[in-house]
Design a protein around this ligand. Sequence first.
Ligand SMILES: N[C@@H](CCC[C@H](N)C(=O)O)C(=O)O
Length: 262
Amino acid sequence: MSTTIQFVKYQGTGNDFILLDDRNETFPVSKELIAHLCHRRFGIGADGLILLKNAEGYDFRMVYFNADGAEGSMCGNGGRCTVRFAHDLGIFAENTRFIAVDGAHEAVADSEVIKLKMSPVKGLQKQESYDFLNTGSPHYVTFVDEVAKTEVVTLGRTIRYGDIFGPLGGTNVNFVEVVSDNHLKVRTYERGVEDETYSCGTGVTACALSSHAHFGWQGPVTIDTPGGSLCVTFQEIAPEVYDSIYLIGPAKRVFNGEVQVS
Ligand SMILES: N[C@@H](CCC[C@H](N)C(=O)O)C(=O)O
């Protein structure tokens, strides 16, 4: 027997998601089904799928799955798109508080721009050729001369599955070029999509904090990704411990649809 599923497609700087209103808990979660829906040839096509659920004490809960169908860690752009979705559903007017896999988040929906408060970050590990930090998702950050000439997929995949991060569940991998003070260009290989995406919200957040650790930038940091520009603000509350981190940028509805699943 086949079922019809109503969905809405959103994108935040080109990181695209299938959003489902699952407040009635009817979506039949399965890795195969989610991977199928995210497939760009056989399904709707997306970098991930997000369920918006009820959550006591919050406006809603965000449950994020990567395109491979597995539940992911925090997704910054997905968080911004979920806030836009909740706003479109009439769940809140301007300010919201919701819960995700990494804890509580606050956000503001102001015209097309969503300002999302990220979880505090501590434990930025500076290595000789890269930094590693967790901004809700794990991120490897490395500075390069020209991101346009970087083999993002080949190098990203090697690092994600390599001896250091492979056994730890892998990592997202960001290649960063300094444009000028407080201005970066970033390209990201995303774990769970297993490809370069147009933008990664937790990734650009990691790159902004990494730039603070290397160059003492205070922000706001503007980050150009292949899908558009984002802004990150933050405060360092102790050496290399960050709070009041905000990821700011557009999140847009692309289309509504329905899909048959058997
Ligand atoms: N696109 C996301 C990152 C999603 C998490 C990641 N793929 C993982 O599970 O490691 C973002 O915008 O932060």
